[in-house]
Design a protein around this ligand. Structure first.
Ligand code: GRF
Length: 190
């Protein structure tokens, strides 16, 4: 799993993987900075790694270092949840279609890094949560799961995002189960 922030979705997944009936295990957690969420993995005794974006001269070089760490851990799937970096095309090409991303909007609505803020600003009555396969676009890959989330009067970015994350976590668990049980087939980017 790759994060950049507080990792509340990571924490929720770690909690779920403690259930013996859930056939998914987190093998490592990586970040592009010393993300606070890495503590959830450390507390669970799960290997962590930081590939500090600022330590590299380019996104491509950062990507090469990240790919090396991903190869080491050889996960069946790479879950982005709160990674606030676009993966270089070479990284996507190497690991696709085994990279999935959670996004706090009903894609293709509100792609990009400010989905929650953008939905609030748009004045719509509902937004959503999505889980997609990462391709070399921005939040443009095949949609594996998505669900509408209402926007309530008085919502702030935080109250809305918290409501969305609850749905994201449920969708991510569903998608991971579907992947493990072989219910997902990706062909020609569909
Ligand atoms: C999630 O909404 C995820 O979809 C988005 O960033 C948020 C990460 O939240 N890309 P957290 O760090 O797991 O709390």
């Amino acid at each position: 799993m790759l994060i950049s922030g507080g990792g509340s979705n990571l924490r929720a997944l770690l909690d779920r993987t403690r259930d013996s009936d859930f056939p998914v295990r987190v093998v490592a957690v990586g970040a592009d900075r010393d993300a606070p969420g890495l503590d959830h993995a450390r507390e669970a005794g799960i290997p962590t790694f930081v590939v500090d974006y600022g330590a590299f001269a380019s996104r491509a070089e950062w990507g090469e270092a990240l790919a090396e760490r991903l190869r080491e851990h050889a996960a069946d799937a790479i879950v982005l949840s709160g990674l606030m970096r676009l993966l270089p095309d070479a990284v996507v090409a190497e690991f696709a279609p085994r990279i999935i991303n959670t996004h706090p909007a009903h894609l293709p609505e509100f792609p990009g890094a400010h989905a929650v803020r953008d939905a609030l600003a748009a004045g719509v009555s509902e937004t959503g949560a999505s889980v997609i396969v990462v391709d070399d676009g921005v939040d443009s890959g095949p949609i594996l799961a998505r669900e509408r989330v209402p926007i309530e009067p008085g919502d702030t970015e935080d109250t809305l995002h918290d409501r969305i994350k609850l749905v994201e976590r449920r969708l991510l668990e569903r998608v991971l189960l579907d992947l493990v049980e072989g219910h997902v087939e990706i062909q020609e980017n569909r």
